[in-house]
Design a protein around this ligand. Sequence first.
Ligand SMILES: Cc1cc2nc3c(=O)[nH]c(=O)nc-3n(C[C@H](O)[C@H](O)[C@H](O)COP(=O)(O)OP(=O)(O)OC[C@H]3O[C@@H](n4cnc5c(N)ncnc54)[C@H](O)[C@@H]3O)c2cc1C
Length: 381
Amino acid sequence: MDFELPESHRLLRSTVREFAEREVRPRAKDWDKEERFPHEIVPRLAELGLLGIKIPEEYGGSGLDMLAYAVCVEEIARVDGSLALTVASHNGLGTGHVLAVGTDEQKQRYLSRASRGEWLAAWALTEPGSGSDAAGLATTARRDGDDWVISGTKMFITQGSVGGFCVVLARTAFDVPPQQGITAFLVETDTPGYSVGKKLEKYGCRSSDTVELVLENVRVPDSQRLGQPNQGFRDTMRILDSGRVSIAAMALGLGRGALQMAIQYAKDRAAFGKPIAEFQAVQWLLADAHKDLEAAALLTYRAAWLADRGERYTAEASIAKLFASEVATRICNDALQIHGGYGFTREFEIERHLRDAKLCEIGEGTSQVQRMVIAKHLLRE
Ligand SMILES: Cc1cc2nc3c(=O)[nH]c(=O)nc-3n(C[C@H](O)[C@H](O)[C@H](O)COP(=O)(O)OP(=O)(O)OC[C@H]3O[C@@H](n4cnc5c(N)ncnc54)[C@H](O)[C@@H]3O)c2cc1C
């Protein structure tokens, strides 16, 4: 289903697919079982340009577009949801925010290290008391001379304990509507006061790093303010548009990987004297999965394409994420069903895909939040 992709992106797809099949698939099961972040693969991600996909070449990145970003995340997710989440959040959220509103000095310092894999990027919006209601965050940053002093707790932060820097969203104005008083800051993770509260044990994406962060009087100079004061929430919404395309791509890859496994298993497994692939009940599950993945791909690539044309794509990103993530969970579940009892064991990869896919319905805005975004768009029109 590559007919709509340009030649350059088809080439990129086959390069990333080969890397994922050869270097990620054989190890992903162990990483998941050990719930361990795979530090050893980071240099390879950097060598392949997967840690600076959209970062311009002048800052050491690959200088590719959003469609390329989606293709890369999709291909990694076919074999490992955790690593896809790492690549998606590093490129889309942490470095994406610097790319969108950073100064040239900030881009030089943070994006070049990020592209080389020296610093993975984290991005901290969510807090124990605010997730969907992101503007309700309670972390504060108070001005002290030329510095800012940040205090608060962040929750579910990807790369929070393995990253070199973290973009932290904090409240900087208190007598204005919540959305108008938030500012972003670049915090290097060795700054005094930055600490990991706890590493979270998760249902899926277990080898991706997800932690609670504690920020205790973290002092940063004003030069590490990212974007205009009190404009951080508006920038955050833009960052999430791009992030949602990558989560749609992650869901698409997990769904495609699951379908591939289901087809293979259905051909190999015999029951009642023939391969189970010959039973219509199994064929219909495969056909529906294929049909929905084709639609998910078109929605995902359309959102990326609109972004690359510089058009607004907020609703399209939400539509792609909502559709792709919901069908991915169903497809992984059906693929596990096709594997019968073996699918329920950890011997096969399908149970991991199902667990990883569920994240796509939650991260970067739940399915309910995506429906709110789409409805708002419809009603405004
Ligand atoms: C593995 C993982 C990685 C993550 N990585 C990051 C990260 O790197 N950085 C970061 O900042 N965050 C991260 N998150 C956080 C993620 O974005 C939030 O979990 C998500 O936005 C939901 O917020 P919440 O968990 O607080 O749920 P809540 O907002 O408490 O929602 C609970 C339920 O209520 C529903 N709900 C809430 N409000 C409404 C409404 N108005 N109408 C209808 N239903 C509603 C939700 O849809 C959900 O079903 C990550 C989460 C996970 C699980």
